[in-house]
Design a protein around this ligand. Structure first.
Ligand code: SAH
Ligand code: SF4
Length: 344
C-alpha cells in the first residue's frame, strides 16, 4: 500500500482521510498543529492521539521533510538553500534578511516552461511541478533555524502553471491551524497567466506581483513569450480586478535590461500603462548570467527610470541585487539542473 504524505493534504483533505479511518474532524487540526506548529513529523510523538490511532496512522501515512543539501550564505546575509527531492531533482529557496524581517523566496517548479529569454530558470525547460509537500517543506526546513516574516513565490518556476499545488500550499501556510502566516505576507509572482490569475483570486486571498518587464507588446512578446497569448492590455485589465488582501496593492516587477527596456521613453510608457491601478513597483536591475546576451543596465539608466516614476508619485523600490556572490539573486535559481542533464 502506498502511504499518503500528510504534507500533501489540505486540512479538509486530512479531515476526509481521517473520516475514512473512523476518526473525528478535530483530529485533523490536532495533527496539523503537531506538524506545522511544533514541527513534529513522527506520529509517535503526537501524544494527544491514542497509541492505536498512531499505529494506524503510521501504516497508512507519513510526514515528509526536506533538509537542505547545500546551504550557502552571502556576505550581505542572504542565504541560499538547495534541496534534493525524492526523484533526485533539485530546487532552491532563498532567505533574504531585511531589518530582521526575513523574506523567504520559494520555488514552485523544477525549471520553467515559460521560456523568458532573460531568465536563467527559463533557459532550462520544465522538468516537473513541485508537489504541495515540496513547496511547504521549503518553508518548514528554513523555519527550523530562521524566523520568516514574508513568503514570496519568486523562486524557480511559474507558480500559476502549478496552480493546484501552489494554492494548497498557500492554504497550509496561512491556515490558523497550519503555519499561521498572515495572507498579507504571502506574495505570488507571475509572468501573467490570465485564466489562472483569476482562479487564484477566487481560491485564496494573497498578494500578487506581476512581472511586466516591458512597455509595448512588441517588446514583451520578445522578452516573455506568454505575452503572445495574453497581451499587455488584457494583463493590465486583469491586474486592476485582482482581489487583494485589504489595503494591499499589486506589485509590478520590472527587470531593467541594459539598452532594451531602460530608456526614458520606456519609463514614460510604463507610467501610462499602470495608470489607474493601485500599485507599487519593484525595479530589478538585470542579473547577468553565463551564456546570456542581455546586459545589466547602467546605474544612470536605473536612476533615471527610478526618478521618473518617483516624480510621478509612484511607490517604487529598486531592488538591490542581494546574494550576488552566491548566485542567489532573482532569475539566477536553477538548482542542479545543468549538472543533472549532463550526467544523465
Ligand atoms: N515565474 C514568476 C516568478 C519567478 S521569477 C515570474 O516570472 O514572475 C521572479 C522574478 O525574477 C520575476 O520578476 C522575473 O522577471 C525576475 N527575473 C528573472 N530573471 C532575471 C534576471 N536574470 N535578472 C533579474 N531579474 C530576473
Ligand atoms: Fe519562468 Fe518567471 Fe523565469 Fe519567465 S521569469 S522563465 S516565468 S521563472
Amino acid at each position: 500500500m502506498n502511504k499518503v504524505d500528510i504534507k500533501n493534504l489540505s486540512l479538509e483533505e486530512l479531515e476526509s482521510f481521517l473520516h475514512g479511518l473512523g476518526k473525528e474532524k478535530y483530529r485533523a487540526r490536532q495533527i496539523f498543529k503537531w506538524i506545522y506548529q511544533k514541527n513534529i513529523i513522527d506520529f509517535d510523538q503526537m501524544t494527544n492521539l491514542s497509541k492505536d490511532f498512531r499505529n494506524d496512522l503510521s501504516t497508512r501515512a507519513y510526514v515528509s521533510a526536506l533538509k537542505p543539501e547545500i546551504e550557502e550564505s552571502s556576505s550581505d546575509g542572504t542565504r541560499k538553500y538547495l534541496f534534493r527531492l525524492e526523484d533526485n531533482a533539485c530546487v532552491e529557496s532563498v532567505l533574504i534578511p531585511d531589518e530582521d524581517r526575513n523574506t523567504l523566496c520559494v520555488s514552485s517548479q523544477v525549471g520553467c516552461a515559460m521560456g523568458c529569454g532573460f531568465c536563467l530558470t527559463g533557459s532550462f525547460s520544465l522538468e516537473r511541478d513541485l508537489t504541495c509537500a515540496e513547496i511547504v517543506n521549503q518553508v518548514c526546513a528554513v523555519k527550523n533555524t530562521h524566523e520568516i516574516r514574508n513568503i514570496v513565490f519568486m523562486g524557480m518556476g511559474e507558480p500559476l502553471s502549478n496552480l493546484e499545488n501552489v494554492v494548497k500550499a498557500i492554504k497550509i501556510l496561512i491556515s490558523p491551524d497550519g503555519m499561521q502566516f498572515s495572507n498579507r505576507r504571502v506574495t505570488v509572482s507571475t509572468s501573467g497567466l490570465l485564466p489562472e490569475m483569476e482562479q487564484l483570486g477566487n481560491l485564496v486571498t494573497v498578494n500578487l506581483a506581476v512581472s511586466l518587464n516591458a512597455t509595448t507588446d512588441e517588446q514583451r512578446d520578445r522578452l516573455m513569450p506568454i505575452n503572445r497569448k495574453y497581451p499587455l492590455r488584457e494583463l493590465l485589465a486583469a491586474c486592476g480586478k485582482f482581489p487583494l488582501p485589504s489595503r494591499r496593492m499589486i506589485t509590478f516587477e520590472y527587470v531593467l535590461i541594459g539598452g532594451i527596456n531602460d530608456s526614458l521613453d520606456d519609463a514614460k510608457r510604463f507610467v501610462k500603462l499602470i495608470h489607474g491601478i493601485p500599485s507599487k513597483v519593484n525595479l530589478i536591475p538585470f542579473n547577468e548570467f553565463e551564456g546570456c546576451s542581455y546586459k545589466s543596465p547602467d546605474q544612470s539608466a536605473i536612476d533615471r527610470f527610478h526618478k521618473y516614476l518617483l516624480d510621478k508619485n509612484i511607490t517604487v523600490i529598486t531592488r538591490t541585487s542581494r546574494g550576488g556572490d552566491i548566485s542567489a539573486a532573482c532569475g539566477q535559481l536553477k538548482g542542479k539542473l545543468e549538472r543533472r542533464k549532463t550526467s544523465a
